[in-house]
Design a protein around this ligand. Structure first.
Ligand code: GLN
Length: 316
């Protein structure tokens, strides 16, 4: 029992939500990365991890899947640590787009920045800023940071990586356009490989809940006690998640759910209740915004039932 809210989050409640939405047949599994089309549309898991390290989970919580865009949150944190807020803000904005995640960018007319680090263009520019002398150094730094968040070693799914590497022409185009405007350095192919690899990191729903709980716990993994990010940058990550994490659904999400969150095209969603817990849902069928249909429904119900919306001021 995680007793943080008006209605405590119990295994029973998670089981009820899982039962309620297991039969939901809306949405379609992502197909534009060929390997992702093979995902099982019925896989479904809900996990909640508290800042005390307790974890509740139901469904296919050990099923591995690639993290995809949820990775953008954590690499944004790395770039902030490497370069500082001012430098980062000069290269990547923090404005919501109202466009799809892979939209062909409108680079800001004056600054030439991509809109924010949660859309593909901004995420690629962000990964470009991660320090390291070689591609291997940079990948190892990403792996170590993600390990600190998840509390275990994570590995790249090479089939998904290669699948996106050979078909990700749109992301390649975004990178070259940004190179033209000098928003990227010359390591275009190296950075794209790193970006495709960070997206292809394998996680399960429990990992995602712990990664979200690490953000809820001000950057310290609640189980291992390891710090994954300097505490002063956690608010930056949560701010861009809140305003941009759900792409062109971010406004409605803020209104309905009211929590910083991030979704990915393989069907994962994380949401953070600052100071309290991390929530993760995995279910591959996506809505038109590129977010998990069951994931959005579960988060909305959890937020309403447990009064988790950040602006809920309930009478006790
Ligand atoms: N790797 C995917 C892409 O760049 C990530 C997109 C996502 O999860 N929204 O297209």
């Amino acid at each position: 029992m995680l007793d943080f809210s008006v209605n405590p989050i119990s295994l029973e409640l998670l089981t009820q939500l899982h039962d309620r939405y297991q039969s939901c047949r809306s949405g379609t599994v992502a197909r534009y990365i060929p390997e992702l089309a093979k995902m099982n549309p019925n896989a479904f898991s809900i996990c909640v991890a508290s800042v005390d390290g307790d974890l509740l989970s139901v469904g296919d919580d050990r099923q591995l899947f690639t993290i995809q865009s949820i990775s953008k949150v954590f690499t944004y944190g790395m770039a902030l640590e490497d370069r500082g807020r001012d430098m980062l803000l000069s290269k990547v904005g923090v404005e919501p787009t109202g466009d799809l995640f892979n939209s062909i960018i409108r680079l800001d007319e004056n600054s030439k920045r991509p809109d924010n680090p949660m859309v593909n263009a901004g995420a690629i520019a962000t990964t470009n800023l991660i320090q390291g002398n070689t591609a291997t150094d940079r990948l190892n730094r990403i792996l170590n940071t993600f390990k600190a968040y998840a509390g275990r070693d994570l590995y790249v799914d090479s089939s998904v990586f290669m699948s996106e590497r050979t078909t990700g022409h749109r992301n390649r185009a975004l990178a070259y356009l940004m190179r033209h405007f000098e928003m990227m350095d010359d390591r275009i192919d190296e950075t794209l490989d790193l970006y495709f690899q960070q997206c292809a990191l394998l996680v399960d729903c429990r990992d995602l809940a712990l990664m979200a709980a690490t953000l809820a716990n001000n950057g310290v993994n609640p189980r291992s006690g390891d710090r994954a990010i300097e505490s002063k940058y956690v608010r930056d990550l949560l701010s861009v998640m809140y305003t941009c994490g759900m792409y062109n659904f971010a406004g409605e999400w803020a209104y309905r759910v009211g929590l910083p969150a991030k979704s990915g095209v393989s069907g994962g969603i994380i949401a953070v209740v600052p100071g309290k817990m991390g929530i993760a849902v995995f279910s591959p069928p996506l809505d038109s915004h590129g977010s998990s249909v069951r994931g959005v429904k579960v988060c909305e119900d959890l937020s309403n039932i447990c009064k988790l919306h950040l602006f809920d001021r309930f009478e006790s």
